[in-house]
Write a protein that binds this ligand. Structure first.
Ligand code: MG
Length: 218
């Protein structure tokens, strides 16, 4: 079973649902030519897609274009339904670094046909995830710098201040649709700079004050 760890307080949660927000940064919406959604775009990854620091990404044979998307991850510590915005932060156990791996060629085909994205977003190894820091150690989740390098080259460098839907609004909105439980994880969208990974790449994602994650591509 995959677990989410908060080493600073010795806590560990079996991972439940992984809910992901798409199109949450204007500059990333523009680079893919998408429309800005009125409500957050939501999709899911299964817990089996999670890998940890030092692990290896395996790009499925049905894709020729796997993109990296560095994202702030939220770990739910206290469950709830219809969580008010002003109580959202109290439901978080920790913050972490995730990479929402996306098979862009497969996703583009699915989008055209109006089909669901799971095989482009939820395959094994599609969710590299760091350990979490206790939520109380992050003063303001909307003032964090997200960076991702591939083989040392800076590809993504954005601030969570540029989110369209804030962390508290995301938690509140998602909880109106899905009951949140301890161990659920929310990925909050990626800033601009997404791009392809190829075998042998070394990928390093980092969020200021939260942590870092290093993975390689098989
Ligand atoms: Mg994403």
């Amino acid at each position: 079973m995959k677990t989410a760890r908060i080493p600073a307080v010795g806590k560990e949660f079996p991972i439940g649902k992984i809910l992901c927000i798409g199109r949450n940064y204007v500059d990333h919406i523009k680079e893919l030519g998408n429309e800005t959604p009125a409500a957050p775009v939501i999709f899911m990854k299964p817990a089996t897609s999670v890998i940890g620091d030092g692990d290896e990404i395996v790009i499925p044979p049905y894709s020729k274009n796997c993109h990296h998307e560095a994202e702030l991850a939220l770990l739910i510590g206290t469950g709830g339904k219809d969580i008010p915005v002003d109580q959202a932060l109290s439901h978080l156990a920790g913050y972490g670094v995730a990479i929402d791996l996306t098979l862009r060629d497969v996703q583009d085909e699915l989008k055209k046909k109006g089909l669901p994205w799971e095989i482009a977003k939820g395959f094994d190894t599609a969710c590299p995830l760091s350990d979490f820091v206790p939520a109380g150690m992050v003063d303001n989740p909307q003032q964090l710098q997200i960076r991702l390098t591939v083989n040392g080259d800076l590809r993504q460098d954005g601030s969570t201040s540029l989110m369209i839907h804030s962390v508290t609004r995301i938690v509140s909105h998602i909880s109106t649709i899905f009951t949140l439980e301890p161990g659920d994880i929310i990925l909050t969208g990626t800033p601009a700079g997404v791009g392809p990974l190829v075998p042998g790449d070394l990928v390093y994602a980092e969020i200021s004050g939260v942590g870092a994650l290093k993975v390689t591509v098989k």
